[in-house]
Design a protein around this ligand. Structure first.
Ligand code: AMP
Ligand code: MG
Length: 486
């Protein structure tokens, strides 16, 4: 067991980047969930596990000495509009701790009361968004996607007023850090190159130490962040994940997925899918995610210009060439993931056509993205054909696919097993998340929440106990719109 080793590395940088801020105690906290495996990974002492002391900690009612609570400053482009001061309006960072993997992780309470950045907001969260974030972020982790994690969720015993009165809750979020593109925008806007250098050096040392031993460390850092985001977004796309609110303050420097507000998984394949009620023009639609990531990374590159070269034209040239790599990196990662879904071992550029053509067929016949790839991963892949109306097109595609995969050395059985490891049986389907939220909010009933939590720990297994969770939503169950709900 490694030692619990809390630090306060961001607080140590001073009040430019964060402000001290204590949680506001809540009336009557109760446990909703505690993530034991994650607590073990963080080497969190047992006294803070599912205990009274743990409850007081994760409710913000009684912080141990090892916490030094702060709210972080950040700016951000929200739907392309620049907001110079956002910051943690309902999140409070307690400490960063060294986990058993040797990495530092932030422990942060979300919904723990107002901060200097609350701008009139209450700093609280209704229980619904806490349930959503807990379920979906942990499912994303189980699916293998870089993401923030959920360590604990507690109800507060207090009411939160939105359009209606709702029970309040607090989630404890864990991340390699909560530094975002928006944090760099905030620091860059100070117009003080010394501060920008200090902050960037801190982030590089924490997250990209390999860049410090190379020439042009700031350019290497920019390239590394671009590569991390390209990989993460390609992973989202391969699972049908739609983030929903890809503002620059919701894009981490580490490439971890953050902010599970209006996020949702696509069911029937359609590139234009949008769930978020506030995304009226579809800026963050499924197929816009890669170009939006590049747009955000361009804002990030702009913040680093003073560090890239002494004169601006040279800095711009370096930033542009780094950004140009994004499309190629994204395409390569996407092709690799999508061809793996098709059981192709060594993808070639020609395979892109096979991917594209089956997606077009799925779009035309409104085929469930997850169900299709899972059925194609069965020992009887031809059965996936039952999902299509246009049988001629399907049979054409299927024979092309068979020709491609049977030319490989592996057996059909091997291929099926490999495909089942990348094509999940279970994803956090929106209607299930919604039903769990409704049951907890209305009746305080945690049973579906607990079942989903359990099922989504092993999304690539086909446990018959969870068979009902594989089904796409029926017409009545289908969720058309999601809400930030904060
Ligand atoms: P988000 O939609 O989570 O990306 O949040 C955007 C900004 O609004 C951030 O600065 C949040 O801290 C702030 N915010 C969201 N909800 C609240 C709330 N209930 N109280 C205070 N600030 C909030
Ligand atoms: Mg946010």
């Amino acid at each position: 067991m490694s030692e619990f080793n809390p630090q306060h590395s961001l607080a140590a940088l001073g009040s430019t980047f964060s402000l001290p801020c204590s949680p506001t105690p809540v009336a009557a906290p109760e446990w909703l969930a505690f993530n034991q495996p994650l607590a073990n990974e963080l080497a969190l002492p047992e006294q803070y596990h599912a205990s009274e002391l743990g409850l007081a900690l994760f409710a913000g009612n009684n912080l141990p000495q090892w916490c030094q609570p702060i709210a972080q400053a950040y700016a951000g482009h929200q739907f392309a509009n620049y907001v110079p001061r956002l910051g943690d309006g309902r999140a409070i960072l307690l400490a960063d701790v060294k986990a058993t993997d040797g990495q530092l992780y932030d422990i942060q309470l979300k919904g723990a009361g107002p901060t200097p950045f609350s701008r009139g907001g209450d700093g609280r969260s209704p229980i619904g968004p806490v349930i959503r974030e807990y379920l979906v972020s942990e499912a994303m982790h189980a699916l293998g996607v870089p993401t923030t994690r959920a360590l604990a969720a507690v109800s507060t015993g207090e009411t939160v007023y939105r359009e209606e009165a709702l029970p309040g809750a607090i989630i404890t979020r864990v991340a390699k850090s909560h530094i975002r593109i928006g944090t760099f925008q905030y620091v860059a806007a100070l117009g003080d190159t010394a501060r920008l250098t200090e902050f960037t050096d801190y982030v590089i040392a924490r997250h990209y130490p390999q860049c410090t031993i190379q020439q042009k460390p700031y350019l290497k850092f920019l390239q590394a962040v671009i590569a991390a985001q390209a990989a993460t977004v390609a992973h989202w796309m391969s699972l049908g994940f739609i983030h929903g609110v890809m503002n620059t303050d919701n894009m981490t420097i580490t490439g971890e997925t953050i902010d599970y507000g209006p996020c949702a998984f696509m069911e029937a394949y359609d590139e234009k899918t949008v769930f978020s009620s506030i995304d009226r023009r579809g800026r963050y639609a499924y197929s816009n995610q890669p170009p939006v990531a590049l747009w955000n990374l361009t804002r990030f590159a702009e913040t680093l210009l003073p560090l890239l070269a002494a004169d601006q034209p040279a800095a711009i040239a370096l930033a542009s060439s780094a950004l140009e790599a994004f499309s190629q990196q994204y395409q390569a990662a996407y092709l690799q993931r999508m061809t793996a879904k098709l059981g192709i071992e060594h993808a070639t550029p020609d395979d892109a056509e096979l991917v594209k053509s089956v997606l077009a067929l799925m779009q035309q016949d409104k085929v469930d993205f997850t169900v299709f790839f899972r059925q194609l991963s069965a020992n009887t892949p031809e059965k996936a054909g039952e999902l299509f109306n246009d049988q001629n097109s399907w049979l054409n595609w299927f024979s092309d696919w068979q020709a491609r995969v049977t030319a490989q050395k592996q057996t059909g059985k091997h291929r099926a097993t490999a495909m089942q490891r990348v094509n999940p049986e279970l994803i956090p389907r929106n209607h299930l998340v919604q039903q769990a939220i409704e049951q907890v909010t209305r009746d305080g009933d945690l049973s579906l929440f607990n079942q989903l939590k359990q099922a989504w720990l092993a999304p690539f297994d086909a446990d018959p106990a969870f068979a009902a969770f594989s089904q796409p939503a029926s017409e009545q169950e289908r969720v058309q719109r999601t809400f930030c709900g904060t």
